[in-house]
Design a protein around this ligand. Structure first.
Ligand SMILES: [Zn+2]
Length: 86
């Protein structure tokens, strides 16, 4: 199906696809929010799951924090925590 609006969307990253495949009840793409790259943000069904993913990211040296989606309450996104100083 070709739709101009959809065609503008960047495809989810492999990491996003992998998560959605392994946790189909828990993680989706937010219909509203986008990352800086233009990709849709992953949306977690509960804060607990989002925080669990934060802990996994931390093991890979990625510092994430969880915030509630401003458009869809009760879903949660990650954002990169900015380093305090660089
Ligand atoms: Zn959102």
């Amino acid at each position: 199906m070709k739709d101009k609006k959809l065609a503008k969307d960047k495809k989810p990253t492999n990491a996003q696809l992998k998560l959605m495949k392994s946790l189909p009840q828990v993680v989706h793409l937010c219909p509203v929010c986008r990352a800086h790259s233009g990709r849709r943000k992953l949306s977690w069904k509960t804060r607990m799951w989002a925080e669990a993913e934060c802990s996994r990211a931390k093991e890979r040296g990625v510092d994430l924090e969880v915030y509630e989606c401003p458009y869809k309450p009760d879903t949660f996104h990650h954002t990169h925590r900015r380093p305090a100083h660089r």
